[in-house]
Design a binder for this molecule. Structure first.
Ligand code: NDP
Length: 291
């Protein structure tokens, strides 16, 4: 079997166009332009790149972005004060505090300070708590997990009763993905660094979501023929043949697994483009919640 390649770029682009249309419709109806505030603390180069690309994506769909940068020596209270000011600012519909915060900051306190109506990253403990509870709905779902589910729901008409295996239990990817899969009535197994005989557990998966950060860890013979595989991992591996001296690979060995799976996401060009698309979608949703 040669797997169908799930084209994250095309799916992400379609979502961006939907958001751009939604923004236009708001403006045509005399409503405000949606606004996203980004808060960057410190000078982590990867975080700087992420924040820039989020601001650029906002501009492309007509969302206004407001960038705030604080030094890594800022005090916890300063970050929380900024968040409270943004909570009160009517031009700001969504607040994104770029994670990770530099060491020494209490991330949970900062995230808890964000008004849940503006929690477009979906990491407020109340939104995550609601995600975990039956009969409760979060106002926002974290962006990468939302992107994973969007792809799965496009690929598979109903996830009900399917065996899903999630590799990884982080707060930002693995755990929220697992919670979303449970809400979609899949039967979910969560694996982590202490899981025994990982390959055997992975082999039970009709749906496999890999989010471990280990280059090409999942091999072809770990995967059940016909499974749908979503590879969240983004790993740099040395490659002297590339101009930058490295290439990006996922947590799944694409070459082997694409011979076994029914469908698979590539890296790059799979889950990545959905993360920012979902942030834009959440920001439009935040604006629509208000008026
Ligand atoms: P974390 O490092 O926070 O979590 C990794 C998880 O994988 C942990 O739960 C860990 O287990 C588990 N794990 C680590 N090693 C193994 C192993 N050998 N066997 C089984 N489980 C293992 O990573 P993130 O969740 O933040 O990110 C995961 C990957 O996804 C990374 O490559 C990251 O770059 C990528 N990513 C991609 C995004 C996108 O937009 N496409 C967005 C966010 C992340 P334990 O809990 O026991 O330590």
């Amino acid at each position: 079997m040669t797997a169908r390649i799930i084209d994250g770029k095309a799916i992400g682009e379609a979502i961006r166009q939907e958001v751009a249309l939604g923004v236009e419709q708001r403006l045509a109806a005399g409503k405000t332009r949606p606004g996203l505030a980004t808060v960057l603390v410190g000078e982590n180069p990867a975080s700087q790149v992420y924040v820039k690309s989020k601001q650029k994506a906002c501009a492309e769909v007509g969302i206004e972005s407001f960038g705030f940068e604080l030094s890594k020596d800022a005090r916890q209270n300063e970050v929380e004060k900024l968040v409270r000011e943004l909570n009160a600012d009517p031009k700001v519909n969504g607040i994104l505090v770029q994670l990770p915060l530099p060491s020494g900051f209490d991330e949970e306190r900062v995230l808890s300070a964000i008004s849940i109506e503006k929690d477009v990253d979906g990491f407020h403990p109340l939104n995550i708590g609601r995600l975990a509870q039956k009969g409760r709905d979060p106002l926002f779902v974290p962006c990468t997990p939302a992107g994973v589910m969007y792809m799965l729901e496009k690929e598979i008409p109903s996830l009900e009763g399917m065996n899903a295996v999630v590799l990884g239990r982080s707060n930002i990817v693995g755990m929220p993905v697992a919670l979303l899969l449970v809400r979609a009535n899949a039967t979910v197994t969560i694996c982590h660094s202490r899981t025994r005989d990982l390959a055997s557990v992975v082999r039970t998966a009709d749906i496999l979501v890999a989010a471990v950060g280990k280059p090409e860890m999942v091999r072809g013979d770990w995967v059940k023929p016909g499974a749908v595989v979503i590879d969240v991992g983004i790993n740099h591996v040395d490659d002297a043949t590339k101009p930058r001296g490295y290439r990006l690979v996922g947590d799944v060995c694409f070459e082997e697994v694409s011979q076994v799976a029914q469908a698979i996401t590539p890296v790059p060009g799979g889950v990545g483009p959905l993360t920012i698309a979902m942030l834009l979608k959440n920001t439009l949703h935040a604006a629509n919640l208000r008026d």
